[in-house]
Ligand binder design. Structure first.
Ligand code: NAD
Length: 480
């Protein structure tokens, strides 16, 4: 507890020194972060292989590359993001000027999850630094090698008075939550998300919760063989080629018309073989399960006899290697745990429908997903999914790609979380947008003040209907 309190005291002193507000400091830290991932690429890849069996190519795509891209983007946009934004004012307060000024929140706490232990720690950190905060980062104890690499290298590359790493499990998390923060950014489960929110309520601390849930892939019947091939590659890629399904935005289950199910399953099986060979566990292109708890949790999902009976591909596992084979299930019971809980692993249930339109009701009768993937060439169905469902993100005809954009907000809605980040959205997430209005003592609009009369009433009507810009247009005859 003493280490935590001392760290927070240090972070607060640094924040109060105002050094983290300068553009130079923020840019230096972002450059430091880029150098950190560049110099330590091998060390990070080794740690991710140790914790999750990730291939270096997957590590670069999902962790190192993402962090470098994000930090470079923040570096190039920083001054634009920090610049005050001019605002228009009602005529009532003429003359005056107004702007929105982004200021840092203060000392922020970031909790990371284990499935992308580097990205989920460093990507929010980029936003927090860009916005000028001091930060305490708690990596996930479930990816211990990555957590210890982060603790070792962050102080070497970043300002250790402003950015600190504390490692530990739930006990450390709980102690951190007893402290007062200016913002808590949490990536993890809804269960711990609730704990975070209750703790934050005590100090009225703003919170971002990046949670999970069940992300469906809606698959419209496709007739062209080449379209089917592309679609299936994208589904297999989005399910098993990113941390072997242990990913919040992975495809949790598929909704498809009955008549198309067998074509889809055959194509999925062929593509799995093409990507991971006859023996996926020896392929080195697929991650392992993080630990025994998660291995047992996933194995238990398959032990339900009705679920086991629905396996149409895979189903084998190797506890010694912490590996579960890519597994496809056809119509497991909708009330079984595999269909009521987030899977977060390599199991893919396929649920058949008579008509793909039924997918909308299926999705809407469950908690709002973090992402919906929809594969369709039908424009009407595309519009229907767009307007009749709600989710954190919606991606047509691909998987995972939305995550990599610095210009799209990433975050959930409803039970998949709230708050958003990536690119400018990260900067905003860790900033307070301060409204600033400047007036002088010149020119007083007397009708503002009592005693009231009809003229003043008319004046208010006019003054609220027009801001300076509209008045200018009116005076120039460009507006009626
Ligand atoms: P978790 O909630 O168990 O842990 C998340 C963090 O909270 C870890 O740092 C952990 O040490 C800490 N923690 C655990 N118990 C705590 C407690 N009692 N008090 C305080 N802190 C505590 O989640 P997880 O197992 O790391 O991640 C799995 C979940 O996270 C899945 O639901 C997944 O969908 C979600 N997730 C979401 C995203 C996203 O970006 N939306 C990304 C990755 C994972």
């Amino acid at each position: 507890m003493e280490e935590i309190e001392d760290s927070i005291a240090d972070l607060r002193t640094t924040y109060r020194s105002r050094k983290t507000r300068s553009v130079a400091w923020r840019k230096n830290q972002l450059r430091g972060l880029i150098k950190l991932v560049q110099d330590n690429e091998q060390k990070i890849a080794k740690a991710l292989y140790h914790d999750l069996g990730k291939h270096p190519a997957e590590v670069y795509r999902d962790e190192i590359g993402i962090v470098k891209k994000s930090a470079n983007h923040a570096l190039s946009c920083l001054e634009k993001w920090m610049a005050p934004k001019k605002s228009r004012l009602p005529l009532l307060f003429f003359p005056a000027s107004a702007e929105v000024l982004s200021e840092p929140l203060g000392v922020v706490l970031i909790f990371a999850s284990w499935n992308f232990p580097i990205t989920l720690a460093l990507d929010p950190l980029i936003g927090a630094i860009a916005a000028g905060n001091t930060v305490l980062l708690k990596p996930s104890e479930l990816a211990p090698e990555c957590a210890s690499v982060l603790q070792e290298i962050i102080p070497i590359y970043l300002d250790c008075n402003a950015i600190k790493v504390i490692n530990g499990g739930a006990d450390v998390g709980e102690k951190l939550l007893q402290q007062k923060w200016d913002k808590i950014f949490f990536t993890g489960s809804a269960r711990v998300g609730r704990i975070v929110m209750s703790a934050a309520a005590k100090h009225l601390t703003p919170v971002t919760l990046e949670l999970g849930g069940k992300c469906p892939a809606v698959i419209d019947t496709l007739s062209s063989l080449s379209d089917i091939k592309v679609m299936v590659k994208r589904i297999v890629g989005g399910k098993w080629a990113a941390c072997n399904g242990q990913i919040c935005i992975g495809v949790d289950y598929v909704l498809v018309e009955k008549k198309f199910a067998s074509t889809l399953i055959d194509s999925l099986k062929r593509t799995i073989k093409k990507f991971f060979g006859e023996s996926p566990k020896d392929s080195k292109s697929i991650s392992r399960i993080i630990n025994k708890n998660h291995f047992d949790r996933l194995s238990k999902l398959l032990k339900d006899p009705h679920v086991a009976a629905s396996i149409v591909h895979g189903g084998s596992s190797d506890e010694k290697k912490m590996f579960i084979e890519p597994t496809i299930l056809l119509n497991p019971p909708l009330d079984s745990e595999i269909m009521t809980e987030e899977i977060f692993g390599p199991l893919l249930p396929i649920i058949t429908l008579n008509n793909i339109q039924e997918s909308i009701e299926f999705i809407n009768s469950r908690p709002k997903p973090l992402v919906i993937y929809a594969f369709t060439k039908d424009k009407t169905f595309n519009r229907q999914i767009l307007s009749e469902t709600s989710s954190g993100s919606l991606l047509f005809n691909d998987t995972l790609a939305q995550y990599t954009s610095d210009n799209l907000p990433f975050g959930g809605v409803g039970q998949s979380g709230f708050g958003r980040y990536h690119g400018k959205y990260s900067f905003d997430n860790f900033s307070h947008e301060k409204a600033v209005m400047q007036r002088t003592f010149f020119l007083e609009m007397q009708p503002r003040y009592p005693p009231w009369n009809d003229f003043k009433m008319s004046f208010f009507r006019f003054a609220y209907d027009f801001d300076y810009f509209n008045l200018l247009l009116l005076l120039l005859g460009l507006k009626k």
